[in-house]
Each structure stands twice: as structure tokens, then as C-alpha cells.
Unconditional design. Structure first.
Ligand SMILES: [Zn+2]
Length: 301
């Protein structure tokens, strides 16, 4: 059966719909969930046509989008996909890149225990190598409610590289967008040792979080306190695969082991930063057909 995209309104929002279900372009798709693993319930799905432009940020043997050990996934079930500077949006569901949704059981709702138990023998995704977090049941539990990126489990001091050429973002670079005045670049650096790179003309940024070390070309470390590091305004990452720093576990709350938290944001309409999934995002229909809403951004597998 054929699926296609049609324009839904004058605001640049687009609806995805199926000829088979007969949903009109102006009607948000709303597919009831069935039990623990149901079909996606979504509304508007903008058409995004970005060509792949991200290299995998780690280069050790076996590191690739499909081969690297994923300890936490991007949760697509979020009340608000806009990038937020506050606590993660938690709605008690965790949704994969392929559109499957799993419930966070009531007893597992809380800091550090907000994972979704997977039905036995469930395969999370063929898109990547999901391992989960050992201390929270590993593959049996899907990490975790509201998580806005992917965690790749690598030891401290694993080399981290730029996924694409870009420029280091500072707070000034967010003026005129949904993050104007948020202080997010300073905040992310001091709290999480997170480097934010802007990529044009694609209109995305990538974030490398919990770094143990960051190359001095990109961060001002003149204050010896690591919590006082500041991203360097205008610093250019001139090539894809340029060395950025070393992975670690730098933040104040994480207790899930060393990992690189990798996040991708897309600037929509020139002003709204939204979380984006480098693996793409797929919707399952009731007839088991799968539709891709957002394109994969990785240059390889
Ligand atoms: Zn993370």
C-alpha cells in the first residue's frame, strides 16, 4: 500500500496519513494502544528531508550507529518535543525509534527507576545494539522515560569526534530561537560538560555530554574548576571526525556508568529547537506497515 505525505495547514505543519485508513491530512493520526506494546499515537508529523550528514562520534573497533552498545534510547513519547532546559518530560511511556511504545510500571516511576519493562523476548530495535543498563535489568528494561538522546556505553577517556563540521555554540547563538535567554550552552557545559556544535546548512546541532576532557580549542579552561569551563564563542570544528575530547561520566546525578550521551536537535521554522533522532523515526500502522516520519541522519550503518 502507498503512504504519502500531504501538507496539513499554512503553518508548515504536515500530517502523515494512510490511504488505507482514509485519514485526512487535517486529522491527526490517533491509533489506540493495545496493551503493553501498542501502536503509536501521534499527531502531526512534519516532513523532514535532511540528507544523512552525521558520522558516528566514536571510532573504536565496532563503534557504529548499529554496532555501538546503546544503554539508553531517545524516548519519542514525550509530552513536548521542544528542547527544554528543565527536568525531562515524563509521561510514563517509552517509545522507540521504530514507534513501539512501552509503559513504565507504577512501581518503576521515580528517579533512576523510570524504565519500561519489556515483554519477554522483545527485540527493541534492529536499528542499533540495545544493551540497557546492567544495574537496572539490562535488556529487560527500556531506558528511560523522557530521555532525549542516546547513551553509548564506553569506558572513561574514549576518544570522541565531531559527527560533522560545525561551530561551538554559546548562549548568544540561541538568540531568536526557543532557547533564547535560557543560558543553555553555559548551563550544559557547567553541569554536564556538554559541548554543543551547530551544523549548517542542515540546521541541526549535536551534543556530546558527560565529557571527561574537552580539547582546549573548544572550551575555555582558564578557571581550574571544571564546573567553570565555558564553550569558546565561534570556535570552528573544521572537519568531520575532528577530535573533540574524551568521554566520561561528568554530571551530578548519573549512576549508570561511563557513557557518551549523544543528542541531536533540529531547528524547525527557523526558531524552534526540537529533539531529533539520528536513526530516524518510524510509525507502525495497524496493518503492520511502517512509515518513516523523520529521516536517518547517519552517513553509514
Ligand atoms: Zn543520557
Amino acid at each position: 500500500m502507498a503512504h504519502h505525505f500531504e501538507r496539513s495547514d499554512d503553518l508548515g505543519l504536515w500530517a502523515i496519513f494512510s490511504a488505507q485508513t482514509g485519514q485526512s491530512a487535517s486529522t491527526p493520526i490517533s491509533i489506540p494502544k493495545t496493551g503493553n506494546q501498542g501502536y503509536i499515537k501521534t499527531s502531526y508529523c512534519p516532513v523532514v528531508t535532511t540528507q544523512p550528514f552525521l558520522d558516528f562520534p566514536i571510532k573504536v573497533a565496532g563503534a557504529s550507529p548499529s554496532g555501538a552498545p546503546v544503554t539508553a534510547i531517545l524516548d519519542h513519547a514525550r509530552p513536548n518535543q521542544l528542547v527544554s532546559t528543565g527536568p525531562y518530560n515524563k509521561d510514563h511511556y517509552v517509545r522507540t525509534a521504530q514507534g513501539a511504545t512501552y509503559v513504565v510500571l507504577p512501581g518503576d516511576r521515580g528517579l533512576g527507576r523510570d524504565y519500561a519493562a519489556l515483554p519477554a523476548h522483545t527485540v527493541v530495535s534492529t536499528l542499533f545494539n540495545y544493551q540497557g543498563v546492567t544495574s537496572q535489568g539490562g535488556k529487560a528494561n527500556l531506558q528511560y522515560d523522557g530521555h532525549p538522546g542516546y547513551d553509548y556505553g564506553y569506558p572513561q577517556d574514549t576518544d570522541v569526534y565531531a559527527a560533522a563540521p560545525g561551530t561551538v555554540m554559546t548562549d548568544d547563538d540561541f538568540s531568536g530561537t526557543s532557547l533564547a535567554g535560557s543560558g543553555i550552552a553555559t548551563d550544559y557545559m557547567s553541569k554536564y560538560h556538554a559541548l554543543i556544535l551547530r551544523h549548517d546548512p542542515q540546521g541541526y546541532c549535536t551534543i556530546y555530554m558527560h565529557l571527561h576532557d574537552i580539547d582546549s580549542a573548544y572550551v575555555d579552561r582558564s578557571n581550574p574548576d571544571p564546573a567553570a569551563w565555558k564553550p569558546i564563542k565561534g570556535a570552528v570544528v573544521s572537519s568531520r571526525g575532528a577530535h573533540l575530547g574524551l568521554s566520561g561520566n561528568y554530571d551530578t546525578i548519573s549512576a549508570v556508568g561511563y557513557h557518551l550521551h549523544f543528542e541531536v536537535w533540529r531547528l524547525d521554522g527557523g526558531s524552534d529547537w526540537n529533539y531529533s533522532d539520528p536513526y530516524g523515526f518510524y510509525v507502525s500502522n495497524p496493518d503492520n506497515t511502517v512509515v518513516r516520519c523523520y529521516p536517518p541522519l547517519w552517513t553509514g550503518n
